[in-house]
Write a protein that binds this ligand. Structure first.
Ligand code: SF4
Length: 233
């Protein structure tokens, strides 16, 4: 199904809108087998997906970006879930260490050129491997931000030349937390300190309890996404 047509994608999206995420994941596993990868930064939605995959296809490859700039709480969570779910986890790392990046581009590049920093530490390492998989899973949800409000459940990813699946696109934040608590799943300790969306520590702040869930990312910059979910034309 690597050459899925636009018409098939339209039909699948219509069907998936009425289906449970587990059914969408089962379809993906049956269709793509080990050619399916799950990409996660271990946010709550990603943890729900990993838990569902554990029941459906525990051998699914899992990719995460280790920028070298994650919070200690995030590293602890990744270690915990890798062991608990026996994940086939690959930690993708940038070409340059944080120290080498500082030598070549100056200290705290994220303060001056966050797009360049994200390109080197996030999108480049992922772009280098993601095209190897005919399909990949992301934890995007429509209620996360205005820009994600029209996220399709299945789409053709032009940048990586494969299928992109967002099986929890229709879920709300409340549904995700209900699932996490129902199964007593671990989650990032920073969520209990008003960090609803957690990325690298230099670019993540706590937000007001009733604020935009991604308002704490790249504060002071006209930037809302790292670039992974931005389609190239
Ligand atoms: S989130 Fe910040 S520190 Fe992390 S890669 Fe992007 S700009 Fe750099």
């Amino acid at each position: 199904m690597s050459t899925v047509t636009a018409e098939q994608i339209t039909d699948l999206n219509a069907a998936f809108e009425k289906q449970a995420p587990q059914d969408i994941l089962r379809w993906a596993v049956e269709t793509y087998g080990t050619g399916l990868a799950s990409v996660t930064s271990f946010q709550p939605t990603g943890i729900v997906i990993l838990h569902m995959l554990r029941e459906i296809a525990p051998e699914t490859p899992v990719l995460t970006l280790d920028t070298g700039l994650l919070f200690p709480e995030t590293y602890a969570l990744i270690d915990d879930l890798e062991a608990r779910f026996d994940l086939r986890l690959t930690r993708l790392q940038p070409e340059l260490t944080v120290e080498r990046q500082a030598e070549q581009y100056g200290a705290a590049l994220w303060e001056r050129e966050p797009n360049l920093c994200c390109a080197m530490r996030k999108t480049a390492p992922l772009d280098a491997v993601l095209g190897q998989y005919p399909a990949w899973i992301t934890g995007l949800r429509r209620d996360q931000s205005e820009g994600r409000g029209t996220t399709p459940i299945i789409s053709w990813d032009r940048k990586h030349g494969n299928i992109k699946l967002a099986p929890l696109a229709t879920w709300t934040e409340s549904m995700v937390w209900t699932y996490i608590h129902a199964y007593e799943l671990p989650y990032n300790a920073l969520h209990d300190q008003n960090y609803p969306s957690i990325g690298c520590y230099p670019c993540t702040r706590a937000v007001a309890a009733d604020g935009d869930k991604r308002a704490g990312r790249w504060v002071g910059h006209n930037k809302t996404e790292c670039g992974i979910h931005v389609q190239s034309n």
